[in-house]
Design a protein around this ligand. Sequence first.
Ligand SMILES: NC(=O)c1ccc[n+]([C@@H]2O[C@H](COP(=O)([O-])OP(=O)(O)OC[C@H]3O[C@@H](n4cnc5c(N)ncnc54)[C@H](O)[C@@H]3O)[C@@H](O)[C@H]2O)c1
Length: 280
Amino acid sequence: MSSSPLKRKKVKPIRVGILGCGAIGSRIARSIKTECGDRAMVTALFDINPVKATHLQKDLPCKNIVKTSYQDLLKSCDFVVEAVNAADTRDLVLKAILARKDVLVMSVGKFIEGESIFKIAQKQGVRVLIPSGALAGIDAIKAASLKRIDSIKLTTRKPVYGFAGNSYVKTQKIDLSRIKKETLLFEGKVQEAVKCFPQNINVAATIALASGCVEKLRIRITTSPEFKVNSHEIEMRGEFGRLVTRTENVVCPDNPKTSLLAVLSAVHTLKEYFQGVKIG
Ligand SMILES: NC(=O)c1ccc[n+]([C@@H]2O[C@H](COP(=O)([O-])OP(=O)(O)OC[C@H]3O[C@@H](n4cnc5c(N)ncnc54)[C@H](O)[C@@H]3O)[C@@H](O)[C@H]2O)c1
């Protein structure tokens, strides 16, 4: 008997490698089975702290996937999820692109200066995905950027504990324990913001890349004991009109510097990529 032409052709799942098994990498890895079904499977894990990769493996369907080097991870996957807080994140992502792997990038702040990774990816014929993170309005910013943009302002407000251990706060001699009301920690350009707050302000870099308007983007970062959530407020003006958005984000239970929405936006970006559907 001939097989039905309507029978769905079995497609091989895309093999995903997780670079960095911390708060974001682990949550993304665990969500791939539930959100992406049989379109993708995690086949490689690498973290400079092998305990983290081994711990994560216990929750995943494929076993023996902890790699002892990044090179090994690249050999065992088609797609790389970058979720590291490394000094050389940019080089790690470039290695994946040169190995012709599509990449989802979380450490967006590392990519607003230097040669555009998008151009290199284009030459290599691979795709770089940047999730909207803990922001609302990235879709509108991208569309508006096709015409003149006059100004963009991002105001980020985070609870005091979200800045614990930040070296800029220390060098500015800001005593977080003495803050009693809303206090401005930083105001300036996106390039300085991502250097001073590498763990807190990837959203600023996401706006810079979405708008292509680094010079017209101003960043303000404030904190207060009254803030219980991470909030991001964007105000943009241009030929399209005016945009105002605000998110009030629950922090990620595994890492107070990260918003839960940032993780969810990454998982949803992957879901659309694996399903081949893109909304927005
Ligand atoms: N795009 C966004 O909206 C957004 C939001 C929040 C965080 N982030 C960024 O995502 C990244 C991950 O965040 P997180 O909350 O999971 O951090 P995390 O500290 O919980 O995890 C990072 C992991 O990377 C590992 N690591 C460090 N250097 C490495 C290397 N060279 N090779 C392999 N592993 C290495 C660490 O051991 C750790 O397990 C950070 O750069 C953070 O700034 C982006």
